[in-house]
Ligand binder design. Structure first.
Ligand SMILES: [Zn+2]
Length: 162
């Protein structure tokens, strides 16, 4: 399933004002790091201050067998569907092939040597405590804790991203 979204779907989701702002972001190439992971897509969107917000869009199938957007998330502080989500959805609409399908990564990793994989995971752990914690939980046989780790670039920002 390709989870196609129409321009009308995006407009309905965001409203005309946010749609136009998102469209400007799309046209000005604010979107980067575009990935498809099963039934959702992830991407970065450079905001007005120059740093990136993380956007996720989840898809599902309606009763009428039509692709629908079930949830959208963005790391910006705006309370509703924001221009970053719109810009990602417009990129998905116009250039779906720019989203790399991460299933190809599994294939790539399956061809790597065990030593390489171990040193790479250790390297990731040095940069991200949540990975170390997950690995210790595996090692100790403890079910995964309920901790959720958020990567918020800009918690204290009080500008009016929308
Ligand atoms: Zn946003």
């Amino acid at each position: 399933m390709e989870f196609k979204v129409s321009l009308d779907d995006i407009k309905k989701l965001a409203g005309p004002v946010i749609f136009d702002r998102g469209n400007n972001y799309y046209l000005d190439d604010h979107i980067h790091s575009t990935f498809k992971m099963g039934s959702f897509i992830k991407a970065g969107c450079v905001g007005s201050e120059g740093y990136s917000y993380f956007v996720e869009v989840f898809f599902g199938i309606s009763e009428h067998n039509k692709a629908i957007i079930t949830e959208t998330r963005c790391s910006c502080p705006y309370w509703a569907t924001c221009k970053h989500v719109v810009a990602v959805l417009l990129t998905w609409h116009h250039k779906p092939s720019s989203f790399r399908n991460i299933e190809e990564l599994a294939q790539y990793l399956s061809g790597q040597k065990k030593d390489w994989l171990i040193s790479f995971i250790m390297e990731l752990g040095q940069k991200d405590l949540s990975i170390v914690e997950r690995l210790y939980e595996k090692m100790d046989g403890i079910a995964r804790s309920n901790h959720t780790w958020y990567v918020n670039i800009d918690l204290d920002d009080d500008d009016d991203e929308e």
